[in-house]
Design a protein around this ligand. Structure first.
Ligand code: GLC
Ligand code: CA
Length: 562
């Protein structure tokens, strides 16, 4: 099979199925709902969808806990609905990338149910089972912590041993050191590829290989506050070998793409994962720019715009000609980018959203649009704990609720950082429940839906939606597509606290991208090497004007072709 690397010409739209569109009035988004909205995506112009998990799952982590890899979650429909959906996508020239969640399964997966029965069960070694420490083995086998809080081990009465879960208790980690587990993963990846899937977003893929000593023990991690043990499993000892095998045995036989979720990845490691010659993954999501308003991954701090630009620019330069970037500001684990990266936008929501779009979509890589980003959906103001749905948030709340002064701090953190901001229902119209469902929605829609919604966006020729449509067309089908795709990157005014300015250069041609990230007028001076050059406006969120030293209006963004 010749691999075409089609992802280099892709614009990917991420769907979080639970919150996208409910077709049958039970309050939960579903696959038929997605199929019903494909013409909308077609009109937007994206050519690929990344679908968050839709497999059978008891929903301890909204589908990221899978109990059957070869079937569909009851609430989302059936495998036949799925087949209809992918067919309808392909008919519209839209590819489908599925989520591949294989660091862990659900504790309700058959493998785990078997595994927990007895120490000599054939599935025992599919997971990490260890004796506890201390008197009676009632202390966890080591000091690793779970991303969902507390120890990463759960005691199980049946065999009086502990199993590892780096995420929720209901998400036991698979033991990739067992060749049978690797074979199972190969088989299930093949199963979906044979059904026509075009690729995978590989969930927490950098965690799959853990340090295990030759006597089978799993060592303690370095003591530090917060998450412990990650130096023992982040980019663990055999990860490159496992991914290379998966690529050789399965992925390389299909014209598919992969993107690995790679929190904590550095440029050097990213190149190991994605160097074409090494045959592992095609692309990764790094998280560096997501850390510009956070300390230790959770504690909010002031957004560092200068650092943000430097990180994005560093990745643009480092991967150029070697590998391919993933471009994203939002996903189902992150707050909305409006407000987060723009400061208070007041009545300039549309200008700010378009400016953010330009700043990202003129870079090199695969751009991702998270559902609702194309209509400028914003963060929610959560007032009480009962409004939250994310299990991670609720676990944290359980841990702190007895400490009275922590409650307001918790709500403040959730309002800045919570994963729920991106999970409220997609806002389709000004009708009841934002047009998401005719029943009672599983999650209350954002209160601004009467004003921010798809229907309104489709009516307004100046909407954020049509702006994204134009940006996508520029990338995929215009006379500057080649520059956007292949041009090299250079930045200007790196230390400016207001402006994000860069060029993309291909041969003699250049795009100059100017973005004012502030809700105020900012003076822009044409960089010396570009002064006096003939320039034509490619796209702007205000109105066209010649390239010269000028005062930029709040959130003004312009791209010139030079
Ligand atoms: C990834 C997913 C997140 C999930 C976690 C565990 O980070 O994006 O939503 O909770 O993996 O599967
Ligand atoms: Ca439904």
């Amino acid at each position: 099979m010749k691999r075409t690397h089609w992802y280099k010409n892709a614009v990917i739209y991420q769907i979080y199925p639970r919150s996208f569109y409910d077709s049958n009035g039970d309050g939960i988004g579903d696959l038929k709902g997605i199929t019903a909205k494909l013409d909308y995506l077609k009109e937007l112009g994206v050519n690929c969808v990344w679908l968050s998990p839709c497999y059978k799952s008891p929903n301890a982590d909204n589908g990221y806990d899978i109990s059957d890899y070869r079937d569909i979650m009851d609430e989302f429909g059936t495998l036949d609905d799925w087949k209809e959906m992918i067919k309808a996508m392909h008919e519209r020239g839209i590819k489908l990338v599925m989520d591949l969640v294989v660091n862990h399964t659900s504790d309700e997966h058959e493998w785990f149910k078997e595994s927990r029965k007895s120490k000599d069960n054939p599935y025992r070694d599919y997971y990490f089972w260890r004796k506890g420490r201390g008197k009676n083995g009632k202390k966890a086998p080591n000091n690793w912590t779970s991303r969902f809080g507390g120890t990463a081990w759960q005691y199980d009465e049946a065999t009086k041993e502990w199993y590892m879960h780096l995420w929720a208790v209901k998400q036991p980690d698979l033991n990739w050191h067992n060749p049978k587990v690797r074979q199972e993963v190969h088989d299930l990846v093949k199963f979906w590829l044979d059904l026509g899937v075009d690729g995978f977003r590989c969930d927490v893929i950098t965690y799959i290989s853990k340090v295990v000593r030759s006597d089978g023990s799993i060592p303690d991690g370095k003591w530090k506050p917060g998450i412990r043990g990650d130096e023992m499993f982040l980019h663990g000892p055999h990860i490159h070998e496992y991914l290379h095998d998966l690529n050789k045995e399965v992925l390389s036989k299909y014209d598919c793409m992969t993107v690995g979720e790679a929190a904590g990845v550095t440029i050097e490691e990213a190149l190991l994962y994605t160097d074409e010659k090494r045959e592992e993954l095609d692309t990764v999501f790094h998280f560096e720019h997501m850390g510009c308003d956070m300390f230790m991954e959770v504690i909010p701090k002031k957004f560092d715009f200068v650092k943000f630009k430097k990180i994005l620019g560093k990745w643009q330069k480092a991967l150029f000609d070697k590998s391919w970037n993933s471009l994203y500001y939002e996903n189902h684990d992150q707050p909305r980018s409006l407000g987060r990266f723009t400061g208070k936008f007041g009545d300039k929501r549309k200008e700010a959203a378009k400016m953010l779009a330009i700043s990202l979509h003129m870079q090199q890589g695969v751009p991702y649009i998270y559902q609702g980003q194309e209509i400028g959906m914003t963060n929610v103001k959560f007032r009480k704990v009962s409004q939250l749905r994310d299990q991670l948030a609720l676990n944290i709340y359980d841990m702190i609720k007895k400490i009275p002064f922590m409650k307001p701090i918790f709500m403040a953190i959730m309002n800045r950082r919570g994963r729920d901001h991106g999970r409220v229902p997609m806002q389709w119209s000004a009708e009841k429940n934002a047009g998401f469902t005719s029943g009672t929605p599983w999650f209350e829609p954002h209160e601004n839906y009467t004003e921010v919604n798809v229907e309104e966006s489709l009516k307004d020729p100046n909407s954020i939606f049509y702006f994204y449509q134009k940006l996508i067309k520029l990338r995929l089908d215009s006379d500057v597509s080649d520059i956007i795709r292949d041009g090299s990157y250079d930045s200007y005014y790196d230390n400016s606290k207001d402006l994000f300015v860069y060029t993309r250069t291909l041969g003699e041609r250049k795009l100059l991208v100017i973005c004012n990230f502030k809700n105020k007028d900012v003076y822009f001076e044409v960089p010396k090497n570009l002064k006096g050059k003939e320039a034509k406006v490619v796209i702007t969120n205000y109105d066209e004007k010649p390239l010269k030293d000028m005062l930029l209006r709040p959130y003004e963004a312009i791209v010139y072709e030079i």
